[in-house]
Design a protein around this ligand. Structure first.
Ligand SMILES: [Ca+2]
Ligand SMILES: [Ca+2]
Length: 123
């Protein structure tokens, strides 16, 4: 029974993600960088408006590279349904591969799904 539930929730999660992806793709064309500043954590915070309504929907957090090396993405937050609340948070390892991802699949402001990754693969 537990196993079946897991499969069902997996399927539901996958479907929602792909719908959101399609919405996301169609809005990428209008995306624009709103601001870029160093935040309290000492990370470079980029705010990106994906749908042209002057409200940020994607937040990228970077750590500046040492010795003018390339900056590295530490965290990415995305408001998938553009309601002003972040629905997906992703953390990245030093290698650039995904470390952890939190997803609010039904957009109620609570995290429904947490994925942990090891070497870029879901664990
Ligand atoms: Ca927006
Ligand atoms: Ca949202």
């Amino acid at each position: 029974m537990t196993h079946l539930l897991l499969i069902l929730s997996l399927a539901a999660c996958t479907k929602k993600a792909s719908d959101a992806d399609a919405q996301f793709e169609s809005q990428v064309r209008e995306s624009s960088l709103m601001s870029e500043k160093v935040n309290d954590e000492g990370l470079v915070e980029q705010r990106i408006d994906m749908n042209g309504d002057a409200r940020a929907d994607v937040f990228n957090y970077y750590r500046e590279g040492a010795d003018d090396g390339p900056r590295r993405m530490v965290r990415k937050e995305t408001d998938l349904n553009m309601d002003g609340r972040v629905d997906v948070r992703s953390w990245f390892e030093d290698t650039g591969s995904l470390e952890k991802e939190e997803l609010d699949g039904d957009f109620d402001g609570r995290v429904d799904w947490v994925d942990h990754y090891r070497s870029g693969k879901r664990a």
